[in-house]
Design a protein around this ligand. Structure first.
Ligand SMILES: Nc1ncnc2c1ncn2[C@@H]1O[C@H](COP(=O)(O)OP(=O)(O)OP(=O)(O)O)[C@@H](O)[C@H]1O
Ligand SMILES: [Mg+2]
Length: 382
């Protein structure tokens, strides 16, 4: 653990020492990643359940920064079944985006590294462990099998290229059938129409700044869907939009998902959106999953004090309150996590055992799991 000069500050010398140590660690990972001609057996694996599209298995993703190691994702296990939507909720900074970036292998390297665990991706006839797949394989998987709708459309689009050219680039990079220019344009127009852009021919020739926010978000969705991916990661796709456009975009995603039978990983901190979209819900807190279950489990029988707090902080139509509930305290420092339950310092429902080490997962029903000492006496054997 880094020695602190005074609370919260590192000396320049200390910081340099951490940086040197980090380089040693990340060099080992990078060397492994940069190998050429990695044999397929190395990253070939088996899905635990063939009905799943993705299985995260004890995933650890760390950032080796000059201030210390950020354990952004620290042992995350959940699955995304084929044709279903999994909602991922949690406070800002709890590791939602880093989990999805790990699946895409788009972490900021060299400091961001998957240090252990597996991400099994179902390709239909076979299954890859994404954490071990080399860059050239990932290049084919991204866009084709898994694609991501980014949080901020203005940063996802290139301001100096026309919309048509940007979508065509995605198609030409990932489409193996080798379309000619005309077919590519037809496909682009079709995609623009599919996401509900009325003036598709006009938008084809426009630059991103000529579109409204909602239209830009639609373009980003069209790009993500260009190659009929099996898994769509939607990272807060509607946060920047007003509620009517948001409802339209959600409808659109739902319809598209059913059309191409893909799975959606829906990341948001808006519980209303999750209630509308998700079949399963995963609640993250400080890099770990505190509770997971079906949407019904989480919304009607929340078990973890954090989930209960989240539900209580949500406004309810027709219910008069003076002040909405807010969870007291703040998230622990990700560089210096406590060795007991991460939520304990904010928890208003602690029991005696809570002083012990981080609680393990308790099975409440076949679908519902929670990491909390309050349920230890209800444990069911697997
Ligand atoms: N490139 C990076 N370098 C260092 N730390 C990072 C980097 N990217 C993310 N982190 C850290 O990883 C943790 C998780 O970040 P992440 O982006 O996954 O949060 P999030 O749950 O998506 O939050 P939000 O809801 O605000 O999008 C944070 O503590 C963040 O500071
Ligand atoms: Mg995020």
């Amino acid at each position: 653990m880094a020695k602190k000069k005074s609370e919260g500050y590192l000396s320049a010398k200390e910081s340099r020492r951490i940086s040197r140590e980090n380089r040693k660690i990340t060099n080992v990972f990078e060397k492994q990643r940069k190998r050429k001609n990695v044999p397929e057996e190395e990253y070939l694996t088996q899905m635990h359940d063939p009905k799943n599209a993705v299985e995260f298995d004890d995933l650890h993703t760390y950032f080796y920064t000059d201030a210390g190691t950020v354990k952004a994702v620290d042992g995350v296990t959940y699955e995304v079944p084929i044709g279903k939507t999994v909602g991922v909720v949690g406070e800002s900074g709890c590791g939602k985006s880093v989990t999805s970036l790990s699946l895409m292998q788009l972490l900021q390297r060299p400091q961001g590294q998957i240090t252990s665990g597996a991400i099994r991706l179902n390709l239909g006839d076979k299954c890859y462990d994404v954490t071990k797949a080399p860059d050239d394989v990932m290049q084919k998987i991204r866009g084709n099998i898994v694609s991501m709708i980014f949080q901020e459309p203005m940063t996802a689009l290139n301001p100096v290229f026309r919309i048509g050219a940007q979508i065509e680039e995605v198609i030409s990079l990932h489409d193996a059938t080798g379309m000619n220019e005309e077919q590519m344009k037809a496909r682009t127009i079709e995609l623009l129409e599919m996401v509900g852009i009325a003036n598709s021919e006009g938008v084809y020739k426009m630059y991103p700044h000529e579109l409204s926010g909602g239209m830009r978000q639609r373009v980003v969705i069209a790009m993500a869907l260009a190659c009929n991916p099996r898994v769509i990661i939607a990272d807060e796709p509607t946060t920047a939009l007003d509620v009517t456009i948001q409802a339209q975009i959600l409808d659109l995603l739902r319809n598209l998902k059913d059309k191409i039978n893909s799975s959606i990983m829906f990341i948001t901190h808006d519980l209303g959106v999750i209630a509308e979209m998700a079949d399963y819900v995963v609640v993250m807190y400080a890099g770990r999953i505190v509770e997971k279950g079906t949407a019904d489990d989480i919304f009607h029988h929340p078990a973890h004090p954090y989930t209960i707090g989240l539900m209580a902080s949500k406004p309810v139509v027709g219910k008069q309150v003076d002040k909405l509930y807010s969870i007291p305290g703040k998230v622990p420092n990700p560089i210096n996590m406590p060795d007991y339950c991460y939520f304990k310092d904010r928890c208003e429902m602690c029991v005696e055992k809570c002083n012990g080490e981080y609680p393990c997962e308790v099975k409440l029903s076949d679908t519902h799991y929670v990491s909390c000492y309050r349920y230890y006496d209800q444990r069911k054997e697997d």
